[in-house]
Design a protein around this ligand. Sequence first.
Ligand SMILES: [Zn+2]
Length: 92
Amino acid sequence: MASTLTCHMEKDCAGTVTYIDNKGYVYCTVHGCMRRSIRPCRRLTPAELERLENGLTISYTPKAVDEPSVAPFADMPESAKRNRALDRWRKS
Ligand SMILES: [Zn+2]
């Protein structure tokens, strides 16, 4: 299926859109790399491309979702959590 997104650099550019600049214009890989030398420009993620093709908007600034949002002790094994609780109980 052909993408509905078209490169903004050249009217008839047939390149697949993979880049976005900080003004929200999208570009193919070649033109995105060229654009990057004069304006902040970054690669689009597959999820963002999908959103754009569905007519949805995305923000240039990477979403906070990309940041590791790990709850404290989330990666701690259950046994370690139990030991911590046990230590606290012993001291009280
Ligand atoms: Zn292009």
